[in-house]
Design a protein around this ligand. Structure first.
Ligand SMILES: [Zn+2]
Ligand SMILES: [Zn+2]
Length: 383
């Protein structure tokens, strides 16, 4: 086996904000939150059961007043411009983090789910449920510009360590049925701030699509006695839709993508179900995979391709789930984006306007510049 360098300890220091929310600072501590930090006042949060689809809807009216750095249409402020940066609430010194940082996580001031949700409007009505969960904001770097193609190897390794640390803690809470780290990148996705950041949601209920995925694994296991995901990975590795692979990850356009240039990065190892299962060498090659996918995306049309990035970790009991990072970019050509319109919204049946094999061929033809590897980080929680 190849000699692999040990991960570097990454200290985590936790502060409590005046309103009780927590902020975790990863790496060197260069300041503390001020006593007059803006307060979160989540009111009227609750879940409602849509009886006709037997699914839960999260009601979160306070989200409508959250900050947007994307300027109103026609005002002429360019994303990433000095004017926008001046107002960025995620840059050091802004209302969210008052000091310089390497990476940080704070509980969202405008959450959809909270650890101690307010009472539901009518506790006797079973169509209501409290919005139990968590909404955290993950700051990838204090630099205002960047994405997984341009973050340094150390910055990307730090993001993976931070995701691993936060999701491990959220999964450990028995009130959480599902935990999902994600990134909304670009105005087309509705990302209100361009500063490199992602989010983590913890849900009190298993969301509908996740429930479906868990059921598919169980149905396959019952029918065939084998792991469905191991089969999907093997198919991907042998397909023309494969973009790249290493000993740990299958990276490619899936057989049936919903989005035109959808790419999945899926663990080859059966048993690697969550971020916390990552071995140091697996975390290192995941960092490399994230860089590769986003570098290809940015090379596709000559601009930073907007995308949704989802870290798919296994819900409890889903033993045949393999950890995956899935990318859903809405662009189908340089100028056109796929709108999730009537058919997709009403039926959840997606219509893909591209041939997955051709999308894979285009993405695979974009050259990558190899980078030096970073040994990775292991979070060290400070008391
Ligand atoms: Zn910023
Ligand atoms: Zn498997």
């Amino acid at each position: 086996m190849a000699e692999s360098p040990a991960p570097i300890p990454l200290p985590r220091t936790t502060f409590e904000l005046p309103d009780g929310r927590r902020i975790h600072v990863y790496g060197e501590v260069r300041g503390a939150p001020p006593d007059d930090a803006p307060r979160s006042e989540p009111t009227a949060l609750h879940m409602r059961r849509d009886e006709l689809t037997a699914s839960w809807i999260a009601v979160s009216p306070a989200r409508n007043v959250r900050p947007h750095s994307s300027a109103p249409t026609g005002s002429g402020t360019v994303p990433g411009s000095p004017a926008e940066r001046f107002r960025c609430p995620l840059c050091p010194g802004g209302p969210e983090i008052a000091f310089s940082y390497e990476a940080a996580v704070f509980e969202n001031r405008f959450p959809s789910f909270v650890p101690d949700p307010p009472a539901v409007p009518d506790p006797r009505d079973p169509r209501y449920a409290p919005s139990i969960g968590a909404c955290e904001v993950v700051m990838f770097t204090e630099r205002h510009e960047g994405n997984f193609a341009t973050l340094t190897p150390a910055e990307t390794a730090r993001v993976i360590a931070v995701w691993t640390d936060r999701t491990r803690e959220l999964w450990a809470n028995p009130r959480h049925a599902f935990v999902m780290a994600f990134e909304n990148r670009g105005a087309e996705i509705g990302a209100t701030l361009s500063h490199p950041h992602g989010q983590i949601y913890a849900f009190g209920h298993l969301p509908p699509t996740i429930e479906r995925r868990v059921a598919a694994l169980a149905e396959h296991r019952a029918a065939h006695g084998t792991c469905l995901t191991c089969g999907v990975v093997a198919e991907q590795l042998g397909s023309t839709r494969l973009l790249a692979t290493n000993e740990h990850w299958a990276i490619g356009v899936p057989f049936a993508p919903r989005w035109p240039f959808e790419v999945h990065v899926r663990a080859i190892r059966h048993g690697l179900r969550r971020l916390a299962d990552l071995r140091p060498d697996e975390a290192r090659s995941l960092a490399d995979a994230l860089h590769g996918v986003v570098a290809r995306y940015n090379g596709l049309f000559g601009f930073e391709l907007p995308y949704m990035l989802i870290v798919h970790e296994a819900p409890a009991g889903a033993d045949d789930w393999h950890l995956a990072v899935e990318f859903y970019p809405p662009h189908r050509s340089e100028k056109l984006t796929k709108i999730r319109a009537s058919v997709e919204t009403a039926t959840a049946l997606f219509i893909n306007d591209t041939l997955p094999e051709m999308s894979a061929e285009r993405l695979a033809s974009i050259p990558l510049v190899p980078r030096e590897a970073h040994p990775g980080f292991a979070v060290d929680i400070r008391p």
